[in-house]
Design a protein around this ligand. Structure first.
Ligand code: ADA
Length: 561
């Protein structure tokens, strides 16, 4: 599996992906108190991988244990880096609990204490049961399947003296290649530790600016031979930092993104974003997609003529973002959420966790030039006054972490939303022609699409929001793969294609619409209770590809439009 950026080049970092020992423990009571040391693992599981997409455990909910052994230099501290997992996890090293993870899809960095032993036992307890206290960010009603397992790569990094934890690269002047670089280390660094920074193939420079302040150092520097990054010419730069023995590489692109009136400008040029919403999903792998599948998805996105992806509805796999950087796809990244309600806004635990996940997402994705928008809490009850302080708090946190990118959130309540003034870009999810006017007798209510979108845009303008960029962040129709109905009615590939053709026409012609993110890239598994009566097969069938990426008729329409 490819190692995403940042990359560590010292010989003390290794990938722990592979086959781990595994045991499905089922319904463990008081999982916080459970010590897995005595568990005998009688099975194996792939890492990355989700156990509940595997044939033996498909659909099972409960506690499971993933176990591996790692050789670590005796008396050496180390760090385990997991790029994403869910739904709830606890880590034990040599039987000792070291931390708990409650942010599905987020990365997790856990520090392992030194030991005199070289062979260390790593146990990760994963719980995929939905529990209001422990899995506060997710709910059983979500319209995407909530899997249990280790979704993304696992890396082990031994410390050998001063060690870099993170480098944030902020572009100050894209034409001159002027940067502000912010270095964070694991521990305080002795003042006399030399640090060099090199770009691409150029000679490293000794850094004399900025001083270590505890574990951080911030300074300005210029990239030699600066090259601009854009979707048409996605040129990237690498930054190599050497701190003592530590060698850390990150990658970035020289580009600006800003809002001016109703336009979204990339490198001073107005953007028209043609895109699609994508879940990290596959029936056999759940969200733990193999490299090959991610590469195939990028190829398919490019073949649609898209320049934009909405990473719905959670922080994205860093491998996907690396590829978006390389292929010039612009990304709307958002922290997790699916129709949060008043009970969530009133729950301080929920609010703290979503703020934490949003901050961590920004810190992790900061250097990706492809990411141009930060979002959060898809389709919340934003007509409720209790949403306001929560939205204010999240937006403030986003601006503190990153003052350079516009903030947005996808609302499905454009007529009643109390928080739209907080957004730099207005993103609206709307399904005219699908969740159509219930009074309509029209069997193919395509005629309502343009007027409904006009009504939304007019309402925004009347409420002083017409001078902000507008993204139609979801729109679509369900189609069952292979259902070619001569009547081209609901659920047929033909109806989906016709609906999207109508939407694409409106998008092309209406200068007020800056961006479009069709719902959705491919079909994906969803809930399986009686609500699934609106979700044939227990899949959300609004993909323009099916879950195996087989194209429906709409693919040609989208590629053309
Ligand atoms: C919502 C939601 C999506 C999906 C979609 C649908 O807009 O944001 O995740 O559930 O509806 O298919 O109805």
């Amino acid at each position: 599996m490819t190692s995403p950026y940042p990359r560590y080049h010292d010989s003390h970092t290794r990938c722990l992906n592979g086959t781990w020992a595994f045991s499905f423990l089922g319904d463990v009571a008081e999982v916080e108190q459970f010590n897995p040391d005595s568990v005998v693992c009688n099975d194996t599981m792939s890492v990355p991988g989700v156990f509940d997409a595997s044939p033996r455990y498909s659909g099972r909910r409960g506690v499971s244990l993933y176990r591996t052994y790692a050789e670590i230099t005796p008396e050496c501290e180390s760090q385990l880096r997991l790029d994403g997992l869910g739904l709830w996890a606890r880590i034990f090293v040599d039987g000792k609990p070291l931390g708990t993870h409650q942010l599905p899809y987020s990365g997790w960095h856990v520090r392992l204490p030194a030991s005199s032993q070289s062979r260390r036992q790593i146990d990760i307890l994963i719980d995929n049961r939905l529990c209001p206290q422990r899995t506060v960010l997710v709910e059983p009603y979500f319209d995407f399947y909530l899997y249990g397992g280790i979704y993304r790569g696992v890396w082990l990094r031994e410390f050998n003296g001063p060690t870099i934890e993170r480098i944030g690269v902020r572009v100050l002047d894209r034409q001159r290649g002027r940067l502000q670089v912010h270095v964070e280390t694991m521990d305080e660094v002795p003042h006399d530790t030399p640090m060099t920074i090199g770009f691409d193939q150029h000679q490293p420079m000794l850094i004399e600016d900025g001083h270590w302040q505890g574990k951080t150092r911030t300074f300005e520097i210029s990239v030699p031979d600066p090259r601009q990054w854009s979707p048409d010419n996605p040129q990237l730069h690498t930054l190599h930092a050497h701190l003592g023995e530590d060698h850390f590489t990150t990658r970035f692109g020289l580009r600006d993104i800003r809002v001016e009136g109703a336009q979204l400008l990339l490198n001073d040029e107005p953007l028209k974003l043609k895109g699609i919403c994508r879940h990290e999903a596959h029936p056999q792998f759940g969200p733990a997609l193999p490299d090959a599948q991610i590469v195939h998805d990028i190829q398919l996105l490019k073949s649609l003529g898209c320049n934009f992806v909405r990473g719905s509805h959670y922080p994205q796999d860093p491998r996907f973002l690396d590829l978006c950087d390389e292929h010039g796809l612009l990304v709307f990244e958002e922290s997790i959420g699916w129709q949060p309600r008043v009970k969530h806004f009133e729950n301080p635990e929920f609010v703290d966790r979503i703020v934490q996940q949003t901050r961590e997402m920004i810190r992790s994705s900061f250097n990706h030039p492809s990411v141009i928008l930060w979002g959060f809490l898809n389709e919340a009850d934003t007509d409720a006054p209790s949403s306001r302080p929560v939205y204010e708090r999240i937006v403030k946190a986003i601006r503190e972490e990153d003052p350079t990118r516009p903030v947005t959130f996808a609302t499905c309540k454009p007529f009643d939303d109390l928080n739209l003034d907080l957004a730099d870009v207005i993103s609206v999810n709307a399904y005219p022609g699908w969740y159509a006017d219930m009074e309509t007798t029209d069997v193919r209510p395509l005629e309502e699409i343009a007027p409904k979108l006009d009504a939304i845009l007019a309402h925004l303008a009347d409420n002083g929001l017409g001078d902000r960029p507008f993204i139609l962040s979801e729109v679509g129709a369900g189609a069952i793969y292979g259902w070619h109905d001569p009547l081209r009615n609901h659920w047929s590939e033909g109806y989906q294609a016709d609906l999207l053709e109508t939407v694409l026409h409106k998008f092309r012609e209406d200068h007020r619409i800056t961006g479009l993110a069709i719902w959705q890239f491919c079909d994906g598994r969803t809930y399986a209770n009686s609500q699934a009566l609106a979700r044939p097969r227990s899949f959300n069938n609004k993909g323009i590809f099916d879950e195996y990426r087989r194209p429906k008729l709409a693919v040609q329409v989208v590629a053309k439009g």
